[in-house]
Write a protein that binds this ligand. Structure first.
Ligand SMILES: Nc1ncnc2c1ncn2[C@@H]1O[C@H](COP(=O)(O)OP(=O)(O)OP(=O)(O)O)[C@@H](O)[C@H]1O
Ligand SMILES: [Mg+2]
Length: 113
């Protein structure tokens, strides 16, 4: 359905509270969906790593990138809003790093149990 090469790597993450695992999964799904639908990337890399007692999820693409502030102002897109809500609902944080021509990295950190 798409031409991007998608990789996943995970290191050292132990079981987390179910609510955090579900939030990580939902954010990974939406970030991956966005990367495949909007970015035209050749590569999308998904990583899940242990940090302190919790975990960090990263979804990085080498596609078109976008201006996150302009999208926030436009206000009618639900995906980025729902990722933020999921992250904060799980006691974590979401960071969106993107710029036109520079690709996109979505990072979510959760604290663990
Ligand atoms: N990885 C990405 N690469 C390029 N542009 C992106 C990426 N992720 C998001 N965008 C841009 O940000 C906009 C907002 O994304 P968001 O997920 O909030 O909404 P959407 O995908 O358009 O709709 P939906 O509500 O179905 O998720 C997108 O329409 C797109 O222009
Ligand atoms: Mg979306």
């Amino acid at each position: 359905a798409h031409s991007a090469r998608v990789t996943f790597t995970g290191h050292g993450v132990k079981a987390l509270p179910a609510s955090q695992e579900e939030a990580l999964l939902r954010v990974a799904q939406e970030a991956l969906h966005n990367a495949l639908r909007h970015s035209g990337a050749d590569h999308v890399d998904v990583t899940l790593d242990r940090r302190d007692g919790g975990a960090v999820l990263r979804v990085t693409d080498d596609g078109s990138g976008f201006d996150p502030q302009a999208v926030r102002r436009a206000g009618r897109h639900l995906g980025l809003v729902s990722m933020r809500d999921r992250a904060s609902g799980a006691g974590g944080t979401l960071t969106v790093e993107s710029a036109p021509g520079k690709g996109t990295t979505i990072e979510m950190e959760v604290p663990g149990g």
